[in-house]
Design a protein around this ligand. Structure first.
Ligand SMILES: Nc1nc2c(c(=O)[nH]1)N[C@@H](CN(C=O)c1ccc(C(=O)N[C@@H](CCC(=O)O)C(=O)O)cc1)CN2
Length: 300
């Protein structure tokens, strides 16, 4: 069997087109322009790329973007002051502090200082709690992107499917589990200390790999016909060339799975598209206006 390759880049482009349409309506009917503030501390090269792409794609959708770049030596108090300023700015509907932060800064303190209604990353504890009890919330971008791909590409519907999530991070693994539970999947969260990972993965109709280890999941671990969502982004250098690979061995898995996301071009582009969707959603909620399809469609 050769799996369908899920084109996350194309799906993200469609989502961004929907966001662009909604932004245009907000401007034409209400003279409102959604605003997204992105804060980067330090000079991590990958974060630089992500922040640049966020600002560029926001602009292309008609979202006003506000970028704050801070020195790696910025104190936690200085960063908190920036967050407070953005919380108070009515032109800013979404705030994102790019992770990882330098080690001397307590990320939880910073994420907890963001106004939950502007928390387009969905990392504030009140959004985490609301998602876990099934209330309307802001939803973390990567798991939201994975869910939208699964709703589109997993054959046979999500309800009743056994989903195995490998990875228990607050950014991906845990919120992904909440989202799939809401879709009536049977959810197993596995992680680095799970015993006999291959046999757990072998029972999965849906596999979400978010463990951060290059090509760790082998093709013969995967149930024939399963849908595989690879969240991993690992930079590897082979024969003097650097390239990106996921947490799943793509070539092997594609021989067994029903559908699979590639790396790059799978989940990554969905992360930024969902950030833009969350920003417009936050703007609409702030102004008590109809939200774009997306979170509302998912009942979130
Ligand atoms: N505050 C946040 N920080 C981080 C998040 C997040 O959701 N919020 N997620 C990741 C990084 N990330 C977004 O910030 C992100 C990662 C990857 C991509 C992406 O488009 N990847 C491409 C490949 C890009 C490349 O060449 O490196 C792909 O997979 O096709 C977008 C966003 C950690 N931090």
């Amino acid at each position: 069997m050769t799996a369908t390759t899920i084109d996350g880049k194309a799906f993200a482009a469609t989502l961004r087109a929907q966001v662009t349409t909604h932004v245009a309506v907000l401007k034409a009917d209400h003279d409102i322009v959604p605003g997204l503030a992105v804060v980067l501390v330090g000079e991590d090269p990958a974060s630089e790329v992500y922040v640049r792409n966020k600002a560029k794609q926001a602009g292309e959708c008609g979202i006003r973007s506000f970028e704050t770049r801070l020195d790696a030596a910025t104190s936690q108090a200085e960063l908190l002051a920036v967050v407070q300023r953005l919380n108070a700015d009515p032109a800013v509907h979404g705030i994102l502090v790019q992770l990882p932060l330098p080690a001397h800064i307590d990320a939880n303190a910073v994420l907890g200082a963001i106004d939950p209604t502007k928390d387009v990353d969905g990392f504030h504890i009140s959004n985490v709690g609301q998602l876990s009890v099934g209330q309307k919330s802001m939803v973390p971008c990567t798991p939201l992107g994975c869910l939208l791909l699964l709703r589109q590409f997993h054959k046979g519907g999500l309800a009743g499917s056994h989903a195995v999530i490998v990875g228990r991070s607050n950014i991906v693994g845990k919120p992904m589990a909440q989202l799939l539970l809401r879709e009536h999947c049977t959810v197993t969260i596995a992680h680095s200390r799970t015993r006999d990972l291959p046999s757990i993965i072998g029972g999965a109709d849906i596999l979400v790999a978010a463990i951060g280890r290059q090509e760790m999941v082998r093709g013969d671990w995967i149930k024939p016909g399963a849908t595989v969502i690879d969240v991993g982004i690992n930079r590897v250098t082979r024969d003097g060339r650097t390239r990106l690979v996921g947490d799943v061995n793509f070539a092997e898995a594609a021989e067994v799975a029903g559908a699979i996301t590639p790396v790059p071009g799978g989940v990554g582009p969905m992360t930024i598209a969902c950030l833009l969707l969350n920003t417009v959603t936050a703007c609409c909620r702030a102004h008590h206006l109809p939200e774009p399809a997306g979170l509302a469609e998912l009942g979130l």
